[in-house]
Design a protein. Structure first.
Length: 209
């Protein structure tokens, strides 16, 4: 039996996923948590084969925190189950060590298939993500600077779009406020805009936030 922990902010998601897999012959939802700190407690106290996690999970401030999970609990595979754009977020998640990315508009049957495949050692991503990763691999550093946002830049952009100020973002990501200002300037340059309002609107148009 594949032991699964679901980490999501919303009780309706917990109820729906748990109900769907209730009588599954191979998959068992053995834990449900509503914030990232509880994820660490569960992984420490229980054997979890698959961690299904939303990128918007309370307490998860950075995708870099997933790298620590991958390193400290190598037997636990992570599947991102999120409403964020696969095209933007999946490549960075895969590079961080996540084993799969399933968009929340997908059927739960798709999530079940992903769980089975990841448990057997596969990496789950659609064709467009594979192409994106292939293009990134071929780009040199200067090309990447203009064509792709880094993990940190995407994170800073998400918080800026949510109305956070530079000092608040610095506290959340445990970075210097000057560093956040630098990321903000890079974002303005890369997305070819001159102010915060246009930056947020551009991010929404590109489905980055």
């Amino acid at each position: 039996m594949i032991r699964v922990c679901l980490a999501d902010n919303y009780p309706v998601v917990h109820f729906g996923v748990k109900s769907y897999f209730k009588d599954h012959t191979d998959i068992s939802i053995v834990a449900n948590v509503g914030n990232f700190s509880m994820v660490k407690d569960i992984l420490y106290s229980k054997e979890i084969d698959i961690l299904i996690l939303d990128l918007d999970l309370d307490g998860l401030s950075s995708i870099y925190e997933l790298k620590a999970i991958v390193k400290n609990y190598p037997k636990t595979k992570i599947i991102i189950f999120s409403g964020y754009s696969e095209q933007i977020y999946a490549p960075n998640a895969i590079k961080a060590g996540v084993a799969g990315y399933v968009h929340k508009t997908s059927k739960l049957e798709t999530l079940g298939i992903a769980i089975m495949k990841v448990h057997h050692g596969q990496i789950i991503m659609n064709d467009s993500i594979k192409k994106n990763l292939a293009l990134i691999a071929k780009q040199n550093k200067s090309e990447r600077l203009y064509r792709k946002l880094s993990n940190r830049e995407i994170e800073v952009l998400r918080y800026l779009s949510g109305g956070k100020k530079n000092n608040e973002i610095a506290d959340i990501l445990k970075l210097n406020e000057k560093t956040i200002s630098t990321y903000k300037l890079r974002l303005l340059t890369k997305l070819n805009v001159t102010n915060l309002v246009d930056l947020v609107n551009k991010a929404k148009t590109l489905e980055i936030v």
